[in-house]
Design a protein around this ligand. Structure first.
Ligand code: AMP
Length: 231
């Protein structure tokens, strides 16, 4: 048994599967760092960096940003995390070249992944979720439209100054269809990469948020006290 805060995970699944939501819950349960490649790109975009400008077109079309840019950005971020701290990756890797680069970078640090958790959701449900998804510009918390008014909230309930709620440009219908097709063509083959390494565990993402969270904790073999088996 090893301390849960040292675990290294990939949260894998199509856009809209709930990776970001589960990552927030796991961060609270395990105290490990959350590394979202999409959030890193959005941070660059809102800061107007060169990298952000490069990524902008790909992101708005729902295409993958080229590996030459993406791999370095994510590996740098992981490099800033203390060896003992552990992390979960969300949105990376998205093709086998990225999975290979991650494996090599971790090996150079004498590390390997402990688990890859694959959150499964059908296409129809993903389209319904994404086109109904709004997020906070500050903390990225997701929101849905209110069932009665049909409108999303204007301000985030979690942010002290109430971050603005907006719909991502790539959550509009055309971009969503493209993102799902990119997922099935380019990203889904990564599952085989991890299956061959014995790291893959599947969980249904079509349960309540809490039920998915508990399924993930069971997969990670996390006890009440936050200990995890890395066998
Ligand atoms: P996400 O928030 O994970 O849905 O990512 C939003 C967008 O950022 C994606 O549609 C891609 O354009 C880009 N992106 C995020 N992660 C990656 C990645 N690992 N490889 C290439 N592009 C990515």
């Amino acid at each position: 048994m090893t301390a849960a805060n040292g675990i290294r995970l990939v949260l894998f699944g199509p856009p809209g599967a709930g990776k970001g939501t589960q990552a927030q819950l796991l961060k609270e349960s395990l105290g490990i760092e959350h590394v979202s490649s999409g959030d890193l790109f959005r941070h660059h975009l809102s800061n107007g960096t060169e990298l952000g400008e490069l990524a902008r077109g790909y992101m708005s079309r729902g295409e993958l940003v080229p590996d030459e840019v993406t791999i370095g950005m994510v590996i740098d971020r992981i490099g800033g995390i203390a060896d003992s701290a552990g992390f979960m990756l969300d949105g990376f890797p998205r093709n086998t070249a990225q999975a290979q680069a991650l494996e090599t970078a971790l090996l150079e640090r004498g590390q390997r992944l402990d688990r890859v958790v694959h959150i499964q959701v059908e296409n129809g449900e993903l389209i319904r979720r994404l086109s109904n998804r709004y997020i906070c510009r500050v903390c990225q918390r997701p929101y849905a439209r209110d069932a009665d008014t049909g409108a999303p909230p204007k301000k985030c309930a979690d942010c002290p100054d109430g971050g603005d709620i907006y719909q991502r440009e790539d959550d509009t219908e055309g971009a969503v269809v493209n993102r799902l097709s990119v997922y099935h063509q380019e990203t889904a083959p990564v599952l085989e990469f991890y299956r061959q390494r014995g790291l893959l565990a599947d969980v249904s993402g079509e349960q309540t948020i809490d039920a998915v969270h508990h399924s993930v904790l069971r997969i990670l073999n996390v006890s009440e006290l936050g200990a995890v088996s890395k066998s």
